[in-house]
Design a protein around this ligand. Sequence first.
Ligand code: NAP
Length: 308
Amino acid sequence: MENVIIIGTGCAGCTAAIYTARASLNPLMLTGTQPGGQLTTTTEVENFPGHPEGIMGPELMMKLQAQAEKFGARIAWASVESITRLADGSFCIKAGEEEYAAKTVIVATGAAPRHLGLPNEQTLIGHGLTSCATCDGAFYRDVPVCVIGGGDSACEEAGFLTRFASKVYLIHRRDTLRASKIMAERTLANPKIVPVWNSTVSAYLTDGKGEMRAIKLTNLKDGGETEVDVACVFVAIGHVPNSSFAGDLVDKDENGYILQQPGRTATKTPGLFAAGDVADHFYRQAITAAGQGCAAALEAERYLSEHA
Ligand code: NAP
């Protein structure tokens, strides 16, 4: 029986592991399907304290993981399907053929990219439809591409893509960016980025081989439709929390974010804690996720000492 199992190895999970490992709780981390979490698909992180020159997202995650392992945290690859609470108050975690038993669980599974819900998008992912510029941007050199969204992610992706693409259309459903001021100003000053305001993508159009060829744009002000040639669409319209496996051990809001006790990381189930983007739809920063990971570790430690 593990003292603590941490599900997720992003900023929240790794920080929870550092703290629980240093408290001699010998934590086990389960990776989930995206080891290292969302920062592994980003480029430079400029706002993580302690890195005045910035740090690449994957490098930051490797360092956080190494720091957790240095204190004895163990990592297993596992895609968790369900958690149940047994009569003695312990937890059973199922992941494929594997079952794990733990006295406490910290859910730090983050969130996955949201898509528009257009009919052919599932078949187009990997064929000109993606949500990761870092992963796929270099495939699209000297061709036009587009980014959908108006937040920090969309601006960051658009800026990164200008290294490769001939032109980056930034398609946003309103006429002002949601992104932070510095990011918005940088984006709009970039001559390779062409903002397309008040517009939404109403169809993905493919060539004879099933690859992205163009998008159909609908102007939300006048309903007008246009077709724009793009070799790839980068979707950056937010995220959906990875919380479905937790079942009714947790309460969730209408968007699936796990509800924590006020000012805490505790959920409605004693011994089950939630940290980071799976529970936080408000801040959603690497550093706030790390902070919640720390808080969850401290709460789990206290819970274990009270239920020894
Ligand atoms: P976000 O801030 O929620 O922005 C999502 C964008 O997508 C918004 O502009 C939204 O439009 C648009 N959108 C949502 N649903 C849509 C739909 N169905 N169709 C078309 N457009 C849609 O998400 P994010 O950009 O991923 O950022 C998430 C958090 O991470 C934020 O707190 C952000 O500050 C942070 N972040 C920070 C950095 C950084 O500091 N370097 C980088 C990336 C992300 P509306 O504006 O109209 O709502």
